[in-house]
Design a protein around this ligand. Sequence first.
Ligand code: ATP
Ligand code: MG
Length: 218
Amino acid sequence: MRSILVLNPKGGSGKTTIATHIAAWYALAGKQVALVDYDVQRCALDWLESRPTDRPVIHGVDGTQTRTRVPRNTEVVVMDAPAATHGKQLSELLRRAQTCIIPVVPSPVDLHAASRFIDELVEVGRVLSRRVRVATIANRVRENSPGRLEIEDFLRSMKLSDGRRLPFVAALRNTQNYVHAAERGLSVFEIAPSRAAHDVELWEPLLGWLESRRSLPT
Ligand SMILES: Nc1ncnc2c1ncn2[C@@H]1O[C@H](COP(=O)(O)OP(=O)(O)OP(=O)(O)O)[C@@H](O)[C@H]1O
Ligand SMILES: [Mg+2]
């Protein structure tokens, strides 16, 4: 079973947005998808509740319960981590994932927090031994702004403690398309291409990485 965790202890970095989009993308590709919401705020489950019944089905799982079970036929499990995940809870979630995506928004506070978090993450044994593969993405980037280059340079410079670089695999733009899609339980893959074709394009490197062996444990 493919398992993908979206993680960043900083609130509002786009974890739920990215997790719901990955779930929707695999569901659109015909996979049996489970979306596990580890946040007591249940934003991913709320998104699922507003999802139209004619859209490809995603099975919602409340990860805050003591026993978290996905349906037996699940092919892809996408996990939405809550803010402030550190220590034991961080290790627990990493233990369940083959792949971990860290969305970072381009603000000085967020870059600083991301830097500290990545320092914590690269000490985790499973990350160092490549039993979980980690990549970063930039989220809410304003195209043609100086902040864009800054965050891209910053994320490209992130390294594991053994010197290997963390892959930086996408820069998603800041657009109301995400907000409007989320209100309707949809993803940018499911709204009018006249509005969202460029956003879908910006997802391609991330989806390509998820489909490649580079995002799988060695
Ligand atoms: N690329 C984007 N462009 C515009 N708005 C976005 C984008 N990504 C996320 N948002 C909006 O930013 C807000 C925070 O995003 P989201 O809920 O995905 O973050 P989060 O990391 O899950 O937050 P939390 O830490 O509270 O769980 C939401 O209102 C979401 O719709
Ligand atoms: Mg969230």
